[in-house]
Design a protein around this ligand. Sequence first.
Ligand code: 6PG
Length: 251
Amino acid sequence: MRERGSEMRGGLRIFPDKQSLSRAVAEAFVDSADRLVSERHRFSVALAGGGTPRLLYQLLGGELRKNIPWAHVHFFLSDERYVPRDHPDSNYRLVREAMLVHVAMPPENLHFPRTDFEEPEAAARHYEQSLASFFAPVEPRLDWILLGLGEDSHLASLFPGSSALDETERWVVAVKDSPKPPPVRLTMTLPLINLAGEVHFLVSGREKAEALRSSREGPPNPGQLPAHGVRPLEGALSWWVDESAASGLKG
Ligand code: 6PG
């Protein structure tokens, strides 16, 4: 693993492949869970969707399962596709099949967005309310937020050029024009992401090299490069990437 300077865009850890990347993040998850549950009796995590984190979730629900205080872990999702929970595109289904079916978590620790409201906006407000209730009376400061990076540099369901990137108040919004199918999604916003204690990007594969390069090294352009808007107010920002994704980096 190579560590690069933690420039303004956060610390960078480069791994030979997705397997070693996923294991390293899984071990960091175990350490953070241990520490925060000892200190505060809970560990709140927004899980990323998409395919990259699947191996991480399998590790957490598999060989590392016994090292995690599941009764004190609380899961959210950084974003969700607006489909039924048993739909192949559902991030909930991804997380459930890769991890949740293998661990004993109290149902009340699973704070996933509902996708059965008539209007996605109503679902966004409901999810936002569940975040507010969980963290009341303070603002929702998730301990960890996991994010992937799209080939077009999107994160969660915040896409280049989207008006959702300009949101300054809401913590969750509905997106209806996602260029990545399905088109309708719910997503955490930058104000919520930037409240987190730790924000962790997981990026793997050569197809992400340009998105990673411009997100980390490109001139500031938050309207087209959503990661440029990820600046945790008090938290830490980390990039966990493999050699293929890092192949375009200069620094
Ligand atoms: C989603 C994800 C999305 C994902 C990126 C990377 O719901 O689609 O949250 O932001 O993280 O598109 O996806 P892959 O990991 O599959 O490359």
